[in-house]
Write a protein that binds this ligand. Structure first.
Ligand SMILES: *Cc1c(COP(=O)(O)O)cnc(C)c1O
Length: 462
């Protein structure tokens, strides 16, 4: 007789069980994600062109869609061991509260000072910059988690770190800024007058409170105009998904220890890095025909790139200085409505996830923010963790799926990514608690304005 193992509240891996390599899901994709294009020539970006902006080793990772495993350098593994493995938690208390037969698991990435999964890629990117002998890196940050993560990684490795922070976040989240400065980063509100593109945007849109796309343009300019600097990005790029595969590899190893197989895997999607990382080993099995999983991306109804965007080549930034990427996009000028509180505000989506979605390997849903905060509250009250608003998009859909199981009596196993904590999002929680939070679903007319800015060239029709 087989004895079923009792599953603990938290499944940890031993250090020696942590992954030694990152997994590159592109290696198993039949339809590879479309390459980045040089916006001038409309030809695939070469390693040479790319390495003016990004670190060389990261460019190699970006361009490699055939090598399945990349060994994790020792120095990065050492750093990972300070805050990883992250726990895989069985949400027994939430299950009980919901009275569902579903088994719910979440992978919690909020156990480090940056408060999110972003540190997994920050340390990798900073490591390759350091290895190349660079002086420092530049980047943008929206809500602040990426900037914080990168500041931590740069401080550890002794690299200079320059962060362009979306102005409204800079003003609304002064403590995020101070965390970054504590780690030695130089933080500039964007748009700023320190770059040409920033000055141009300020002139065109006086009083603008900025956007991610705009901060990216400034950070790229800052990198390319200073000797010994490169630009790094915390999401969207395939190299970032590669580093974030550590989330999925750990989750899978922990589940395998107890013979658990998820039926449904859910993650929030901003630029796609945590979701791409969480699903990668499972998606690999699905692509190779070894197993099947239902995979759901959750995005805000106010920034619905998967569910209402176009799958075309578009600019990655407002200033149009970056390469073109083929992705689900709302147009590089799209900015979510001012009442949108919860991150996940990028106009585009990872080209890897975009291709997988286009090929039917995953689903996407959009949810409204008041329902997201309601799910966050419900989760916080039983599971003890105050979740980030971004992560709460995944919570919302995990709860919905668990409630469906309650109706049908199915004992499905649900895995979702709990990407981080919400301690710096208390202004948003305050609005929710005061009943002042509202929803905004952009009209087709509003979206059309964003689509109008998508570049037109043969083969790129919207
Ligand atoms: C940045 C962030 C996200 C969204 O980014 P992805 O690249 O889509 O993963 C989600 N949750 C938290 C806590 C974040 O900081």
């Amino acid at each position: 007789m087989s004895k079923e193992k009792i599953i603990p509240y938290k499944i940890y891996l031993e250090e020696h069980e942590m992954p030694d390599s990152w997994y590159n899901v592109r290696a198993d994709m039949k339809n590879k994600p479309a390459p980045l294009l040089n916006p001038g020539t409309l030809q695939p970006l070469t390693l040479e062109e790319m390495s003016g902006i990004f670190c060389e080793e990261l460019c190699r990772q970006e361009l490699d869609d055939t090598t399945p495993y990349f060994p994790i350098p020792e120095e990065i593994k050492k750093f990972y061991k300070m805050y990883r493995p992250s726990p895989l938690v069985r949400a027994y208390c939430l299950e009980e509260k919901l009275q569902t037969p579903a088994k719910i698991y979440y992978k919690f990435e909020g156990n480090n000072t940056s408060g999110s999964h972003k540190l997994n890629s920050a340390i990798a990117q900073a490591y390759y910059a350091k290895n190349q002998g660079l002086k420092g890196v530049t980047t943008e940050t929206g809500a602040g988690q990426w900037g914080t993560a990168l500041s931590m990684a740069c401080a550890y490795l002794g690299l200079d770190c320059q962060v362009y922070m979306v102005k409204c976040s800079y003003e609304q989240k002064p403590f995020r800024r101070e965390v970054m400065r504590t780690y030695g980063a130089n933080v500039t509100p964007s748009p700023s007058d320190t770059t040409e593109v920033g000055r141009k945007i300020l002139k065109e849109f006086p009083g603008t409170t900025g956007s991610l796309g705009c901060a990216i343009s400034e950070a790229v300019e800052a990198a390319t105009s200073q000797e010994g600097y490169r630009y790094v990005l915390g999401s969207v790029l395939t190299q970032v998904l590669l580093h974030q595969s550590v989330i999925g590899l750990e989750s899978k190893a922990a589940m395998d220890k107890y013979g658990i197989k998820p039926d449904v895997i859910i993650g929030c999607a901003g630029g796609g890095s945590n979701l791409g990382g969480l699903i990668s080993p499972f998606m690999g099995e699905k692509l190779r025909g070894e197993a099947d999983y239902r995979i759901i991306a959750v995005e805000p109804a106010s920034c619905p790139s998967f569910t209402r965007g176009k799958y075309v080549y578009d600019f990655c930034d407002t200033g149009k200085v970056c390469p073109l990427a083929k992705m689900y996009t709302l147009g590089s000028s799209f900015i979510p409505a001012a009442n949108h509180a919860g991150g996940l505000r990028y106009h585009g989506m990872s080209s890897v996830l975009s291709q997988l979605y286009a090929d039917g390997y995953m689903e996407a849903v959009s949810v409204e923010q008041t329902s997201v905060f309601k799910a966050a509250e419900e989760f916080a009250r039983v599971e003890g963790i105050l979740p980030a608003p971004e992560s709460s998009h995944a919570i919302k859909v995990a709860i919905d799926e668990a409630l469906k199981c309650k109706e049908t009596g199915e004992e499905k196993t649900i895995l979702f990514g709990l990407t981080g904590t919400g301690y710096f999002d208390m202004v948003a929680y305050e609005r929710y608690n005061n009943g002042e939070m509202s929803d905004h679903i952009p009209s087709d007319e509003e979206l059309a304005k964003g689509f109008a800015g998508i570049p037109r060239f043969p083969g790129n029709d919207i």
